[in-house]
Ligand binder design. Structure first.
Ligand SMILES: Cc1cc2nc3c(=O)[nH]c(=O)nc-3n(C[C@H](O)[C@H](O)[C@H](O)COP(=O)(O)OP(=O)(O)OC[C@H]3O[C@@H](n4cnc5c(N)ncnc54)[C@H](O)[C@@H]3O)c2cc1C
Length: 337
């Protein structure tokens, strides 16, 4: 790559928290970034949805529920979001046995964290990348919507199995030693049920529980979480339920999950519901390094599949990847045009 070219460009596949942190960091260094995401909205698994009508609706965080911070590098971002009023502390734990440290949530919603990061970035949603080609020292990225994007460096932050599929479909050769490690990255599936109620639930404060009732893994009361005007519950099925009911119809899923939650929800209080199937929710097995760079290609893979799971893991992967890319491109002294 010509390191003296006036404006280096970076294409980023994935507008979840990791893609957005990379884009924002590189943009500050004067690198032109374009983020491409197949979703209708930005945020990936930082996902929020409304159900209902203009007069009566619930707001649901239905992917990531909350996050915590241990690493000082992520703390820097968290402190900025706190100061800007983007996030707030939800509580210091949901069980009596939980350790006493802050659990954070988006003030408006968790997707709003992504929306804040996305400000001033060049982002294309509803844009699914289906083929990538590297020739003449440029990446050419083709989308399902028949668009083409070019860039000097390509970053992919999709869940690793989706990244591997994209690389295979594009006939991008990966060294065996890297391929083996990437193939070992795995994720738990999770079925989420979003239930709009006509009366408050009896989930205790602060509005989140890890129920012992099979097949539930988690229930959040989005009204107590202060993101929903109406009582709105997010229920997550546990892994075995999510695997076994993956192909079941939504009615069967809702019936089973609501019946398990009857201690907290009156059955006739559910006025509407939706089901979302997360093929990739939390990471089960991670890649051993914070990101993956390739010896002969300006290609970087990052996201929560690398080193540590969850929001903090995704952010740390992104921070490490952006540091690497900045020094690789030797542009740390540049400023934005
Ligand atoms: C049900 C559930 C509960 C969770 N609970 C928590 C929690 O409580 N706390 C916590 O810290 N974490 C939680 N997580 C995990 C957390 O959400 C993730 O670790 C984190 O959001 C991952 O961010 P990411 O940017 O790496 O990936 P993602 O958010 O998945 O972003 C990847 C993006 O890539 C896009 N993409 C993929 N393929 C393509 C393509 N071909 N073309 C264009 N775009 C593409 C996707 O649309 C997506 O937006 C939960 C996740 C789920 C699903």
């Amino acid at each position: 790559m010509n390191q003296n070219q006036k404006k280096t460009s970076c294409l980023i596949v994935g507008g979840g928290i990791s893609g957005l942190i990379i884009a924002k960091t590189l943009k500050k260094q004067g690198i032109k970034t374009i983020v491409l995401d197949k979703g209708r909205g930005i945020g990936g698994r930082l996902a929020t949805r409304k159900i209902g009508n203009a007069d009566q609706y619930g707001v649901f965080d239905y992917g990531a529920q909350y996050f915590s911070v241990k690493d000082p590098k992520f703390q820097v971002w968290v402190d900025e979001w706190l100061a800007a009023g983007i996030i707030t502390e939800w509580c210091r734990g949901f069980r009596q046995t939980d350790s006493n440290y802050p659990r954070y949530r988006g003030v408006i919603s968790n997707r709003a964290i992504a929306k804040d990061l996305a400000q001033d970035l060049d982002i294309h949603t509803s844009t699914r990348v289906n083929k990538i080609t590297y020739q003449d020292q440029k990446w050419l990225v083709a989308t399902e919507q028949d668009q083409e994007f070019t860039g000097d460096l390509l970053v992919i932050t999709a869940p690793v199995p989706q990244t591997l599929e994209l690389l295979a479909n594009s006939a991008i050769a990966i060294p065996d030693s890297i391929q083996i490690k990437l193939q070992q990255v795995s994720y738990y599936p999770c079925i989420a049920l979003l239930a709009l109620l006509n009366q408050p639930s009896s989930i205790p404060a602060p509005g989140g529980i890890f129920p012992e009732q099979e097949p539930l893994a988690w229930i959040a009361d989005n009204q107590q979480k202060q993101i929903s005007p109406e009582p709105a519950l997010t229920l997550h099925g546990n892994t075995s339920f999510s695997e076994n009911y993956w192909d079941a119809d939504n009615q069967a899923i809702a019936k089973t999950m609501l019946s398990a939650a009857k201690t907290w929800i009156k059955p006739d209080s559910v006025i509407d519901y939706q089901v979302h199937r997360w093929r990739y929710s939390l990471v089960k097995t991670t890649y051993p390094e914070p990101f993956c760079a390739f010896p002969n290609l300006p290609l970087v893979l990052a996201g929560d599949g690398f080193v540590a799971p969850k929001i903090e893991g995704a952010a740390l992967s992104a921070i490490a990847a952006a540091e690497y890319i900045g020094s690789y491109l030797n542009v740390s002294e540049r400023t934005i045009d």
